[in-house]
Design a protein around this ligand. Sequence first.
Ligand code: ADP
Ligand code: MG
Length: 317
Amino acid sequence: MTEFDLIRRHFTRPTPSAVLGVGDDAALLQVSEGNVLAVSSDMLVSGTHFFADADPFLLGHKALAVNLSDMAAMGAVPRWATLAIALPDADEAWLGKFSAGFFSLAQQQGVELVGGDTTRGPLNLCVTIIGEVPAQQALRRSGAQIGDDIWVSGTLGDAALALAHLQNRFVLNEAEFALCVMVLHQPQPRVALGLALRGIATSTIDISDGLLADLGHILDASQVGAQLDFAALPISSTLLGYMQQPLGRQCVLAGGDDYELCFTVPATRHAEVSHIAAQLDLPLTRVGKVVAGRGCIVHDAAGNPLNVEACGYDHFR
Ligand code: ADP
Ligand code: MG
């Protein structure tokens, strides 16, 4: 199979919303009137972001999902994607499953694959996502105001708990692992939430590196501080069982790969956030407040500051 057969068979689908899709030297895309492009890339490297024997269908899902999460965090409508992929060999069965996982999420989210690059090499996946948003409505990291409430979607820490199990740092029973591992392998990007937060959230970020690390980016960009209420952090019933252990706390505060959104909203708009939660059938939890100063203090249930040694995972540390 030539490279071009491979691209035709596995990565070429109709792209009705592109002026020109796969097959020429570049795709041609028309931006909708009044919108700007939101563009972001996320690379998944074998051995760093996934195990070499990872399920290809789930990998296809995740490669796109992590990019969609960035669109969610900008309040952008995802429209198009490109895929740069390095493959050790042209394994037909693997490619079929990978592209099925990729395209099932792409179709669900209305995203068209309009181009990419295919080369031989150690397995490596880089998706670039292109979305649209009216410039003034983009959700940036820099708008948090003192007095705003801090919210997070879904639950935190399950993906990190599953990873700890897979890396033999912790042992979960079969049922617990089955629940957590789906969050790790098949994250659900919060695109609809990002769109609903336009005009409401003062700042937004997606949680890919852990709550403390990613909220920290909002605080830096907005030049404010935060107080978090540890007891308020939303966790699954699985993680609840491990909250007395250091690893449980670490997962919820610093666990990566959850792809939930963290956002700030003026306290006066609480009801609007509750309304969004009901409409989307997605738990949204108020976890703290934006305060003057810098950095983040986490309070325990008794109101005492928690000793937070745990911080977000940093690839170059
Ligand atoms: P060039 O030589 O101009 O870089 P390529 O031969 O790499 O072009 O690619 C041919 C066409 O196939 C281009 O339109 C490119 O965008 C597309 N393409 C290549 N790899 C992928 C892929 N993995 N997924 C989607 N489209 C791809
Ligand atoms: Mg090329």
